[in-house]
Ligand binder design. Structure first.
Ligand code: HEC
Ligand code: HEC
Ligand code: HEC
Ligand code: HEC
Length: 134
């Protein structure tokens, strides 16, 4: 291969890699899909991550992606982890408790803020999530 093609090809490969990788960023999250739930009873939960957080005015990532040390919440965020990495691991492996923390987090704030959905089908909504087969 001629040398002069090498640079454009490398640049192209990088651009492609970045596009592919950013496909996994929070910008594209349209629904919550924690891998710890096996067979689900409810449709996926609609959650347009960035849009939601902007509208709701939540600036701190660690509001949801939190970390604790000695029982105290810290300033560190944990967005590199799924909620279930901590919330299932704590003992009984009880799926209900993971659903419970999601409900406490999402519904809890909506109830307090008197804004955002609190009805099952407003969150568990495959049409909104853009997922038609499941
Ligand atoms: C209102 C709660 C909330 C806030 C605030 C929030 N996130 Fe998230 N984030 C979530 C949930 C829920 C998921 C999906 C978890 C899952 O499906 O396992 C998620 C997923 C992610 C993911 C993983 C994306 C993927 O494809 O799996 C990243 C990265 C992320 N968030 C980063 C951030 C950053 C950075 C901020 C702050 C700018 C932030 N989040 C603020 C709730 C939140
Ligand atoms: C790095 C570990 C870790 C991650 C990741 C994590 N948490 Fe937590 N979370 C904790 C710890 C520790 C506590 C405090 C002890 C407890 O209540 O289980 C806690 C507490 C909570 C509580 C309060 C529980 C109660 O009974 O009042 C909620 C709600 C919650 N987490 C939701 C979430 C959600 C939603 C996610 C994902 C966006 C998440 N957590 C990710 C460790 C984590
Ligand atoms: C700290 C508070 C807070 C938390 C935590 C939170 N929300 Fe919300 N949410 C809001 C507020 C405020 C609104 C109303 C925003 C508006 O439209 O003005 C809202 C609106 C929504 C809406 C309707 C608006 C839209 O984006 O279409 C959905 C769906 C939603 N939330 C889902 C969730 C889910 C799922 C979670 C948990 C992963 C969650 N929310 C966590 C505050 C919160
Ligand atoms: C504010 C949004 C919200 C509302 C309202 C809500 N949920 Fe959820 N629920 C969630 C989130 C987020 C999860 C985690 C989903 C995932 O990771 O796939 C969840 C998980 C679950 C799960 C475990 C996963 C599954 O599908 O088996 C069940 C069961 C469930 N919810 C039932 C309900 C029922 C019943 C209601 C109404 C009483 C309800 N939820 C209302 C957000 C919500």
């Amino acid at each position: 291969m001629k040398k002069k093609y090498l640079i454009p090809i490398t640049v192209l490969a990088f651009a492609l890699a970045i596009t592919v990788l950013s496909g996994y960023s929070q910008e594209d999250v349209r629904f919550v899909q924690d891998s710890a739930f096996g067979k689900k009873m409810r449709p996926p939960v609609y959650f347009a991550h960035d849009e939601h957080n902007e509208k709701a005015g939540i600036e701190d990532c660690h509001y949801c992606h939190h970390s604790y040390e000695n029982g105290e919440k810290t300033e560190d965020e944990s967005s590199d982890k799924e909620c279930s990495e901590c919330h299932m691991a704590d003992g009984k492996g009880n799926k209900a408790s993971l659903a419970r923390v999601y409900h406490l987090c999402c519904k809890g704030c909506h109830e307090q803020a008197k804004a955002g959905p609190v009805m099952c089908a407003e969150c568990h909504n495959k049409t909104k999530a853009g997922v038609f087969a499941k």
